[in-house]
Design a protein around this ligand. Structure first.
Ligand SMILES: O=C[C@H](O)[C@H](O)[C@H](O)COP(=O)(O)O
Length: 226
């Protein structure tokens, strides 16, 4: 079986009747949402979903999953989401699909955060995957200059027509081609303090469980202790 599908199905086992579930975004989370939809149809599972992007909202609505916004719930029991890279100390980079802002908000209010990935996402150090930074359009070229001056190799993410890609919140994404992030916490703190930066794709100390799909050993589940 496709490794993304394997972990998507496995992760849906963590969803129990009555839960409020954060529904992640991307090609791996897609299979988790499909499996929750199947369990609702075939097993009578009843949940409330909180989506992390317009794309997931559309998918979940089409499956008939009842949805609430993050502001309508007092907490989320569990959020299940993909990741672009996970380091050996279980920090991650997210936002390859430009959904990092809502994903980080939903994960912040979740009791548990489960990441589902195929084995190609597991790395020793973060940074080979370009780090997405969501910025407001106003002043974004100034941020590009600032990132350049720090040697962060920034590129505004663009659509096929050359225009900047717009996130669900109508912001831009600047991808930082860092190759290796020596100190993710220092970089996250610095980015948190730059005017015009809305959010960045460093998700540190957020995952409580990581489910990895491997071709030789099947599904591996790691409970992260912090
Ligand atoms: O913005 C997108 C999200 O952070 C995704 O969860 C991440 O990019 C992983 O996506 P995929 O499962 O498609 O590789």
């Amino acid at each position: 079986m496709n490794l993304k599908k394997m972990v998507g199905i496995e992760s849906a086992k963590y969803v129990k009747d009555g839960m409020t579930v954060g529904l992640g975004t991307g090609s791996t989370a897609f299979f988790m949402v499909e499996e929750i939809g199947r369990r609702m149809r075939e097993e009578g599972l009843s949940i409330t979903g909180v989506t992390t992007s317009n794309a997931t909202e559309k998918q979940a609505s089409e499956l008939g999953i009842p949805l609430k916004s993050i502001d309508e719930v007092d907490h989320v029991d569990v959020t299940i989401d993909g990741a672009d890279e996970i380091s050996n100390d279980y920090h991650g980079i997210k936002g390859g699909g430009a959904a990092l802002l809502f994903e980080k908000i939903v994960a912040t209010y979740s009791n548990k955060t489960i990441w589902i990935v195929d084995e190609s996402k597991m790395v020793e150090h973060l940074g080979a995957f370009p780090l997405p930074v969501e910025v407001i359009p106003y002043g974004s070229d100034q941020l590009v200059r600032l990132f350049n001056s720090k040697g962060y190799n920034p590129k505004i993410r663009r659509q096929d027509n050359g225009n900047p890609l717009l996130t669900d919140s109508k912001n831009y994404i600047i991808d930082l081609y860092l190759e290796k992030i020596e100190n993710p916490k220092d970089l996250a703190t610095w980015l948190d303090h730059q005017v015009g930066v809305v959010e960045h794709g460093l998700f540190l100390d957020m995952a409580t469980t990581v489910i990895i799909g491997t071709s030789d050993k099947g599904v591996q589940t790691i409970e992260v202790s912090r």
